[in-house]
Each structure stands twice: as structure tokens, then as C-alpha cells.
Design a protein around this ligand. Structure first.
Ligand SMILES: NC(=O)c1ccc[n+]([C@@H]2O[C@H](COP(=O)([O-])OP(=O)(O)OC[C@H]3O[C@@H](n4cnc5c(N)ncnc54)[C@H](OP(=O)(O)O)[C@@H]3O)[C@@H](O)[C@H]2O)c1
Length: 237
């Protein structure tokens, strides 16, 4: 998505530790907990749209920092970003997770489904949603499904780790009793681009696919999609 957005728009990225943005995309290194740094970036670049993807997502990553840090990043900083977006009349897209749902209903869950986040990650993402809603009226919350694909970031997705283990002949232990909608990062990028570049007034969307799989089912399902695996293997490392 980024190369196409950079081609058609002025894009300025913020990153923390891992530089993932290639020129001609401008970037600033910042910690989103630092409100004054964010205020200065907003004042300099006056964004029309803010896509907020930052967060503490992985348990192994979360273990290296305190619960307070997870809340500061997933909740408080999301509220600060939303408040700044409101001040600059910019829409904010906040990426939440489908793990906020209880899933008790079974089947595919709609946006109005029962909520019951069971982990620190899921509960802070839900609190982040509330912080965004409290700070601005011009927002879109996306509850992202289980994503599969490869990442250049510091945190590798479960899919990437499982893929690498299978490739090197190691065993992988996966949930078989938790069902989620699974979404390819390539499809997600296309969907995100459409949301960003077309007029729409959604406030809350489940951002997933029609595929309902457990993690244990996902790898075998993908082995039946050789074209997709061919594309992915270019990014594998
Ligand atoms: N991938 C999925 O399956 C999935 C599913 C549901 C929801 N989501 C949501 O989608 C978003 C993106 O997910 P992802 O898979 O790309 O996550 P990720 O790989 O863990 O990336 C999270 C990003 O947040 C940045 N970050 C963390 N603390 C920061 C701070 N204090 N200041 C600035 N940046 C900070 C990290 O930068 P550094 O590494 O440089 O610290 C990293 O680039 C997240 O909000 C996540 O909750 C993802």
C-alpha cells in the first residue's frame, strides 16, 4: 500500500525503533507516548488523515515492558493521537483487533457482537478505541482479523514464525479451538488503500475476510494457494 500512497499523496511516517519506510516517504523517529513530539510533527505536517498502526502487540514484546507501558502506548497515546487529529481536522484510522470480541455467539461475528477481551493486549486495544472515540468524532476503528504474511518489523507474526519453523523441519504448536477470520496482508493493504482513497462514513468495521480458520488450519489452507505462497516467499526471511 505504502508505495502507491507515496506516489499519489504526501506521506509522512513516524517510526520508533525499526525503520520500515523507504524514501521518498518522509519520516520522523518518535515515541508516540511523547505528546510534545507528536504535537510538533502535527504542526509541521498538518495531516489530513492519520493511520495509527503503532501498538504493543506481541506477548513476548509486551513481557519486556511493564503493564503501564502497554497501557501508555495502546491507550493513552491513542487518545493523544486522536486529540491531535481532531485539532488539525484530520480523520484518524485506529487499528484495533477482533480479539475484543467474546466470540460466544459462534460463526462470523458482526461489529455489534458481544465484547470480552481476555488479554492485556485485547483489553488495552479496546480501551484505545474508547480513548479515540472520546477525543474526536472523525474516526474509523478497524478491528483487524488474524493477519498472515511476512513482516520486515521487529515483531514477527505467528504465521511468519510458524512458516520458518515448518521450513526448517521444526514442530509448531498452534491453537485448534480458537477460530478467527484470517486475512492476507496483501488483501489487507488493498482494502486499506480503498478505505483511504474513497469517500466513506464508517465508524467501526471488522477488517477481515470470509475465511474462518483456526491457526492450525491456516498453514494447510495456504499450502492450497500456491500463487499466494509464491508471492509471500519473495518476502520470507
Ligand atoms: N497483525 C495482526 O494480525 C493484527 C491483528 C489485529 C490487530 N492488529 C493491529 O494492527 C496494528 C499493526 O499491527 P502489526 O502486526 O504491524 O504490529 P507490530 O508488527 O507489532 O508493529 C507495531 C508497531 O508499533 C510500533 N510501536 C510500538 N511502541 C511504539 C511507541 N512507543 N512509539 C512509536 N511506535 C511504537 C513498533 O515500532 P518499533 O518496533 O520500532 O518499536 C511497531 O512498528 C496494531 O495496532 C495491532 O494491534 C494487527
Amino acid at each position: 500500500m505504502l508505495p502507491e500512497l507515496v506516489r499519489d499523496h504526501t506521506v509522512h511516517a513516524i517510526y520508533h525503533n525499526t525503520p520500515l519506510f523507504l524514501p521518498p516517504c518522509g519520516f520522523t523517529v518518535a515515541d508516540i507516548r511523547e505528546g510534545s513530539a507528536l504535537a510538533s510533527i502535527f504542526s509541521q505536517f498538518q495531516p489530513e488523515l492519520v493511520i495509527h498502526l503503532a501498538g504493543i502487540t506481541a506477548v513476548s514484546h509486551a513481557l519486556a515492558i511493564t503493564e503501564g507501558d502497554v497501557k501508555a502506548i495502546n491507550v493513552t497515546a491513542s487518545g493523544i493521537l486522536a486529540k491531535l487529529s481532531q485539532e488539525y481536522s484530520a480523520k484518524i484510522i485506529y487499528t484495533s483487533t477482533d480479539l475484543v470480541y467474546s466470540g460466544d455467539e459462534g460463526g462470523m461475528v458482526k461489529e455489534e457482537g458481544k465484547l470480552n477481551p481476555l488479554s492485556l493486549y485485547a483489553s488495552t486495544k479496546l480501551e484505545g478505541e474508547t480513548a479515540v472515540r472520546g477525543a474526536t468524532d472523525d474516526y474509523l476503528i478497524l478491528r483487524l482479523a488474524l493477519m498472515y504474511g511476512f513482516s520486515n518489523g521487529k515483531v514477527k507474526s505467528f504465521f511468519q514464525e510458524a512458516y520458518n519453523k515448518v521450513k526448517s523441519g521444526q514442530k509448531v504448536v498452534l491453537f485448534e479451538d480458537q477460530y478467527r477470520s484470517s486475512l492476507s496482508v496483501l488483501d489487507a493493504a488493498g482494502m486499506m488503500k480503498k478505505l483511504v482513497t474513497t469517500e466513506q462514513n464508517y465508524k467501526l468495521l471488522n477488517f477481515g475476510s470470509g475465511e474462518r480458520t483456526s491457526r492450525a488450519q491456516l498453514l494447510p489452507v495456504l499450502s492450497k494457494k500456491p500463487d499466494l505462497m509464491k508471492v509471500f516467499s519473495k518476502f520470507a526471511h
